[in-house]
Design a binder for this molecule. Structure first.
Ligand code: DPM
Length: 374
């Protein structure tokens, strides 16, 4: 196996991305003091296109593509992502070498300063709630039909500025994990439980992507692969993968490991939140989640479960169950009215993508005309 003394790490340039990258690097440094880590940061399409909702941009790997190209070209050895931003199907030759111990998977409400101390239920009718997540808007519209949901984009710093200074939004909804990582936990007014808003698949977990033939990096990352997080995220990702969802449709999840069982609840909603379907599957996990004899290495590189590898701590048998739980929830959905809800949501999103493209083209044309002095 090739060894290295310098490990090159790709990251997005946003403050949150760099905080996440440094968390992973600092943990690895502690375990491997002889290694040096060098961060190579870059912008992704998701960072550049700030005026449209993610779901309207129409690409699955918005926040990851440029970094994956750097991996493919050997310019970096691994890349730290928010797992929820990683598509369920990764480019050939790349995989998730580890998933770091999950932070809070829940969504949190951040109020406009004039509503400090309030909860969503205290806000008046027609309050504007800022979110560009279809999943959050759909679920909250079910619970609070009196609110108006509006897009808010930009990195977390920009959103806070918009909330506090524009006086347009009464509150915005963000992942609790991101708020904690940025040190903004004091602004959280309320954390949403599974009855008001189930989280996104893999929310709160960070994943590290690397090349499937890079055994040095794979064994390095294996040290910080968190067994419980891996099992839950594989189940959640298998569910999303089978539904062929992404950030383009309102799909949500809730998973738990208790008394040797893994349970996953999945939710599928219409964009306006008027329709929804929730299904749960619970299966026994194998006696021990540890691999007893063989490591999960097949002739074609490590075996993957929704893009994730196992290690000595998480056996193939365990990941097979996790994948089965996700598949079964998806199968129940596809046999129910959720199939129709999903198809409609996908069609609506596809239409919104076309409308967004037309808006952009018209804008370009107008700007072009201006530039020509007409
Ligand atoms: C994805 C969504 C959002 C991000 C859609 C969703 C939120 C989009 C928005 C797939 N990625 O959750 O339904 O509100 O406009 C993102 C955040 C984090 C990772 C920020 C956030 C931090 C938390 C984590 C953006 N990706 O959700 O508030 O590591 O899970």
């Amino acid at each position: 196996m090739e060894t290295k003394s310098v490990v090159k790490v790709g990251s997005r340039k946003s403050q949150l991305a760099l905080i996440q990258t440094n968390t992973v690097i600092n943990h690895l440094k502690k375990l491997n003091p002889h290694l040096t880590f060098e961060i190579i940061s870059m912008q992704t399409t998701g960072d550049k296109v700030l005026d449209a909702a993610l779901s309207k941009i129409g690409e699955k790997n918005l926040f990851t593509r440029e970094l994956e190209v750097a991996l493919e070209k050997n310019e970096v050895d691994f890349v730290v992502h928010s797992l929820k931003d990683l598509p369920t199907v990764l480019p050939e030759g790349l995989l998730i070498g580890c998933i770091y111990k999950r932070d809070s998977p829940y969504d949190a409400v951040v109020m406009h300063p004039s509503n400090a101390g309030k909860k969503l239920e205290d806000l008046p009718d027609e309050s504007v709630i800022g979110t560009s997540s279809l999943r959050r808007a759909a679920q909250l519209a079910r619970k609070f039909p009196k609110f108006i949901f509006e897009n808010i984009r930009g990195n977390l710093n920009t959103r806070f500025k918009k909330l506090d200074e524009d006086n347009k939004y009464s509150a915005i909804i963000l992942a609790e994990a991101g708020l904690h990582r940025m040190g903004w936990q004091d602004r959280i007014s309320q954390v949403l439980d599974k009855n008001s808003c189930m989280y996104a698949v893999s929310q709160g977990a960070m994943a590290v992507e690397c090349r499937n033939n890079d055994s040095f990096t794979l064994s390095l990352l294996s040290q910080i692969h968190d067994p419980e997080t891996v099992i839950q995220c594989v189940a959640e990702r298998a569910f999303l993968k089978k539904l062929e969802g992404g950030c383009s449709v309102p799909v949500s999840a809730f998973s738990e490991i208790k008394d040797g069982k893994l349970s996953l609840t999945g939710g599928v909603f219409s964009i306006d939140g008027t329709r929804g379907k929730i299904e749960t599957v619970c299966l026994d996990l194998p006696e021990s989640i540890k691999e007893t004899d063989e490591l999960i290495i097949s002739p074609n590189g490590p075996r993957q479960f929704a893009g994730v590898v196992g290690n000595r701590e998480v056996s193939i048998a365990t990941l097979e169950v996790a994948q089965e739980v996700g598949d079964q929830v998806a199968d129940l959905m596809l046999k129910s009215e959720a199939k129709d809800i999903l198809a409609n949501a996908k069609a609506e999103t596809a239409a919104a993508i076309i409308a967004e493209k037309q808006r952009k083209d018209a804008e370009k044309l107008r700007n072009g005309v201006k530039a020509n002095g007409h």
